[in-house]
Design a protein around this ligand. Structure first.
Ligand SMILES: NC(=O)c1ccc[n+]([C@@H]2O[C@H](COP(=O)([O-])OP(=O)(O)OC[C@H]3O[C@@H](n4cnc5c(N)ncnc54)[C@H](O)[C@@H]3O)[C@@H](O)[C@H]2O)c1
Ligand SMILES: [Zn+2]
Length: 365
């Protein structure tokens, strides 16, 4: 594949997203932002796979590198871990001219971005995402956060990286379930924005699932372009950026109700997209063909499309607590056409209840 570069235009924070299949272009992509000292933040799994490559590239650029390795898992996205990372940064003399390198999935990306946003009131950072979810979603757009025991992602900021470098070759080692979780966000872009990509996706999803390089690179490129475009219009989620939450109202509710243990984020979002689309179908916003297409594409990505054994009342209660809600009503992003969604905040609660009573697949059969 030919290296790809996508610009994310923001008034004071423009940066590029680079997509390649090796580390060859990394040096050039991050050179202007790498200071005398760098701290790589990664997790144990990713450390074993890629940290040495990154350390030696940084060393060859004349940067003195320290690497902070956290245990894998969402529990490490905490203030406690953040404090340990500040300590390591201080002990190694990181200053305002230093850079933080987030190397890993969304957990490491959000955590390292949070450290970069707050250490000495903000220092440069670079995202090197290594999961599909991080490559198509979390590394782009500057949302950084850690969790509070009472709420996920509740302590955070908008803080853009200086550069994003995606090496699609890293996806070779990713477990199938993690790959599928990223597919949910990738598929989402087709349904919220990019009709042309959605058409392409229908015919090429098998290639992506086989992790064929050209298909994967194109799908990641389309995803990053859409996210970059949306973020550049609305960096702080005051309007348009809300549409990225398609599938997330029900998805977040499901994750929280099941204590983040039953579904991966992408699995919950897949279910969310299906049930939210069934609400749209019941409201007459779309015909059955969109729901049918969504279910078929998600199934090909090995994602779930039916919720079983969930207490609907408890789920609706969990959805009411989402931090994205305004003035007490639940905010939904619903399809209103192919590749098109809209934001709704006054959905009849009966409709929401009804949506969980019948499987969406049966609804349209
Ligand atoms: N900032 C945002 O805009 C945004 C958007 C979506 C999600 N998120 C956050 O992202 C997080 C989830 O990210 P995730 O799904 O990447 O999970 P993750 O970071 O936990 O990574 C999943 C697992 O894959 C392993 N891994 C990473 N790269 C690998 C590779 N190349 N080969 C083999 N194993 C590898 C990790 O060690 C981990 O065990 C959540 O905390 C979520 O809140 C943030
Ligand atoms: Zn998501």
């Amino acid at each position: 594949m030919k290296p790809i570069s996508i610009d994310l235009d923001l008034p004071n924070n423009a940066y590029s997203i680079h997509i390649d299949q090796s580390w060859e272009g990394l040096d050039k992509a991050i050179k202007p932002f790498v200071g005398h000292k760098a701290m790589v933040v990664t997790d144990e799994n990713v450390y074993d796979l890629f940290a040495r490559d990154i350390e030696s590239i940084l060393n060859s650029m004349g940067s003195q590198v320290t690497t902070a390795v956290v245990k894998p898992g969402e529990e490490r996205k905490s203030l406690k871990t953040a404090e340990n990372l500040y300590t390591q940064a201080l002990e190694n003399g990181l200053d305002r001219s230093s850079v933080i390198i987030a190397l890993g999935g969304g957990v490491v990306g959000d955590l390292a971005g949070f450290i970069a946003a707050t250490y000495m009131r903000g220092i440069n950072y670079v995202q090197i995402p290594t999961t599909l979810l991080a490559q198509v979603d979390s590394s782009v757009g500057g949302k950084v956060a850690v969790n509070h025991p009472l709420a996920k992602n509740i302590i955070g900021s908008f803080y853009q990286p200086k550069s994003v470098y995606i090496n699609i070759d890293t996806l070779k080692t990713l477990q199938d379930r993690q790959f599928s979780t990223g597919m949910a966000e990738l598929i989402k872009y087709g349904f919220i924005w990019d009709n042309e990509f959605l058409g392409w996706l229908q015919h090429n999803i098998d290639g992506i699932m086989k992790r064929q390089e050209e298909d994967l690179a194109y799908a990641i490129e389309c995803s990053c372009k859409t996210k970059a475009h949306i973020v550049s219009q609305d960096e702080r989620e005051k309007g348009l950026r809300t549409i990225l939450n398609f599938g997330h109202t029900i998805g977040h509710g499901l994750e929280s109700l099941t204590n983040y243990g039953l579904y991966t984020h992408g699995e919950a979002v897949a279910l969310g997209m299906v049930y939210e689309s069934s609400i749209a179908y019941r409201m007459g916003l779309v015909d059955g063909s969109i729901l049918d297409l969504l279910i078929r594409v998600l199934e090909k990505a090995n994602l779930p499309t039916e919720i079983h054994g969930v207490d609907t009342e408890a789920l609706i209660k969990a959805m009411t607590h989402d931090k994205k809600n305004k003035g007490g009503s639940i905010v939904f992003v619903l399809p209103v056409g192919t590749g098109k969604v809209d934001v709704f905040n006054n959905i009849d609660s009966m409709l929401i209840h009804e949506a969980f009573k019948v499987s969406p697949k049966e609804l349209i059969s």
